[in-house]
Design a protein around this ligand. Structure first.
Ligand SMILES: [Zn+2]
Length: 180
């Protein structure tokens, strides 16, 4: 379980979110809400969808995510104008996968490996804890014709997951900084 997961999972009894020295810090549900104050809307929905299984946030997040990717690729890519349906599918699929990915088999989804009694990022999944889908699997998931790999969509898929990771990281930083 990562730091963010520990701080963001709210329960009626609060949440224990880390070891500092010999004491364990405990945050109540209200503390977690307080830590989330000031998060950009997208990040707030992201945290609630990912860690609080909030279906309303998940719907809003998906809508924002579709809009974001449509905007991103309409300004950066002028060669194809009829990609909108594909981009919507990319947005929906990448978000679903990001929220409940298959776990990396090497680190069992933790994103870290123990070697020489030191923890370091898993080299297979680059610390994400996610199973890296093969290019053909990605294309198949997006409904592209079988038997081909479409580099453009594989790149966009990886960019999408990376962007969601980045937003999550920014949210975690915000919440940890608020705690002080
Ligand atoms: Zn891994």
């Amino acid at each position: 379980m990562n730091v963010l997961e520990m701080i963001a999972r709210t329960t009626a009894h609060g949440v224990t979110y880390g070891q500092v020295g010999r004491s364990t810090l405990v945050a109540s549900a209200q503390d977690v809400e307080w830590m989330m104050v000031g998060l950009p809307e997208f990040q707030e929905h992201l945290i609630r969808a990912a860690y609080q299984q909030d279906s309303g946030s998940r719907r809003k997040l998906k809508r924002h995510w579709v809009e974001h990717l449509l905007y991103l690729y309409s300004v950066s890519d002028t060669e194809d104008e009829n990609d909108d349906d594909m981009i919507e599918k990319l947005a929906a699929n990448s978000l679903d996968y990001w929220l409940s990915p298959r776990k990396c088999g090497d680190c069992k989804g933790t994103g870290v490996m123990l070697s020489d009694s030191k923890l370091s990022d898993c080299g297979i999944c680059e610390g994400t804890g996610r199973h890296q889908q093969s290019p053909s699997r990605i294309c198949k998931g997006l409904g592209l014709p079988r038997g081909h790999v479409y580099p453009k969509w594989v790149i966009r898929w990886n960019q999408a997951l990376g962007k969601l990771d980045k937003e999550e990281g920014a949210a975690a930083l915000h919440m940890l900084n608020r705690k002080r």
